[in-house]
Design a protein around this ligand. Sequence first.
Ligand code: ADP
Ligand code: GLC
Length: 486
Amino acid sequence: MTTRALHVASELYPLLKTGGLADVVGALPPALIERGADVRVLLPGFPSVAAGLADLKPVAQFGNRFGAASVTLELGTLPSTGIAVYMIRADELYIRHGNPYLDDDHVPYGDNAQRFALLGWTAAQIAQHVDPAWVPQIVHCHDWHAGLAPAYLKAAEREKGKTIARTIFSVHNLAYQGIFPARQFALLGLPADFFNMHGVEFYGQLSFLKAGLYYADRITTVSPTYAREIQTLAQGGGLDALLRERSKDLSGILNGVDYAVWSPINDTTVAARYGPSRLPGKRACKEALQKRFGIAEKGDALLFGVVSRLTEQKGLDLLLATLPEIIRRGGQLVVLGTGDPALENGLLRVAQAHPDTVAVERGFDETLAHMIVAGSDVIAVPSRFEPCGLTQLYALAYGSLPLVHRVGGLADTVLDASLENLADDLATGFVFEHFEPEALRAAIRRAFALYARRTDWKATQQRAMRQDFGWGASAERYLALYRELV
Ligand code: ADP
Ligand code: GLC
C-alpha cells in the first residue's frame, strides 16, 4: 500500500535555501516517491516560493489567522521535480524582503511565533481533510519551524477522541529551538494545558522545537552520531533529558547527496567536467577558481575552500587561528560565506593582508559554491558540532578531500588519512578529534604531507569520489519508519 506523507518545512531547494535543510527537503521527497510513497510538501508562501511554483490553485480559504487578514492554502507543482507543493499564502506574514527568519539587522522578526505557528497549524488542517483529494497518513515535520504541527494534531485528536495522522519530527539542528516569550502562547490557539513541562513549555518559555520533540510519534535526526550526541548533557541544548526519555523513538538517518545537482561528471556550472577516472578536468576547475578569486594562479599550491554559513557552529574561528600554518606552507584559502558580521570582518581582514593567498567573498551564491567545491583541493568543515553536514559529502563527490572535526555527521562520513587508513585503502579526508588549534594544525599538516605524495593523494581522491552517499539507503529507512507507523 502506498503511504501518503506530507513534508512540512520552511525551505526547499531550488526555491529557497539558507542551508542544508533546503537541500534535504528538495531531494528526500522525490527519493521517497521513486520508492513508491505518495509525498507532498507544505511551505510558507515566501516570495521566491510563490514565484517559483507552477500552476498554483486555491484549495482552501482560512480567513483571518495568526495576524494575517487573509490566509489561503494553494496547491502547485515544483517545475524541477514535478513534486506537488502546498503553499500557505499569507502575505502579511511571509512577503518580506530578504531572509525568511531575520530582518536586515539579523534580528528575528517579532512575529515569528505566528508566522511558523501558521505552518504547523496548516499541516494539521491538511491532515484533517481540507483538501478532500489528498489526506496524508504521515505528517513529517522538519526543524522548529514545523514543530507545532504535532502539537496541533495531538490537540485535535484529543478533542475528537481518535487518531488523525502519525507524526515524525526530524531534527536538522538542535541549536535552533524556536523559543518565544510565554505570553505568545496565547496567540497559538492550543489548549491551555499544553503550556506545561510535559508539552511546549521550556524553562518558562515557549519552544517550538520542544513541541516537536514532545508530541511527535517518532523523532529522527540526520546522522547516527548526532542522534547519540544530543542525548548528552553537553550537546543536548537543555533537551537531552527529554531525548533520552524518548530514545526508543529516536533514530539517526544520514542525509544523502542529490547527485543530479552535485556530480562533477555532469556539472554544467563548473569550468570542466571530471570524474574519478578523468581527473585532469579538476585542474581546470582549480585554475578557474584561483582566477575568479584573484589569488596566485599556482597549480601546485594546496588550495583550501570553505562554503559555509558564518556562525559559531561552523568553527571558522578555529580555522582563522590556524591560517598562518596554511600560509607558511604555501597553501591558499578561498571562503564563500555569510552570517555573523564579526566573523565576516575577521576573514576579510586576513584576505586584505594576504591578497595572493587568501580570498573571501561575502554572500550566498549557489554557482560559486559549486565552483569552490570543484576547484579546491581540500574543503574545510571544522564545525564545533554538525548534525550531518552536506558540504563534506559534496566535497567527497568532487574529489576535494574534506578536512573535518570528528563530530556528528562529519564523524560518520569522513575517514582520516592516517597511515593505517591509507594502508587499508580507507582514507577519504582529514579528521581532527579535539576542537583546538593544535589538533586542526596537525590535520592541516597531514593534508600537506599527503599532497606531497601525489600518487596517494590521487588514490584518496578517487576513493572519495567513488563513495556512494546517494539518498537510496536513507529513503528506505524513512519508508520503513512510515510503514511502522501506519
Ligand atoms: P548547514 O545546513 O548547517 O548550513 P550543510 O553542510 O548541511 O550545513 O548545508 C549547507 C548547504 O548550504 C550546502 O548546500 C552549501 O553548499 C550551502 N551553502 C552554505 N553557505 C553558502 C553560501 N554562502 N553560498 C552558497 N551556498 C552555501
Ligand atoms: C542543518 C545542519 C546540517 C545538516 C542540515 C540538513 O542545517 O546544521 O548539519 O546537514 O541541517 O539536515
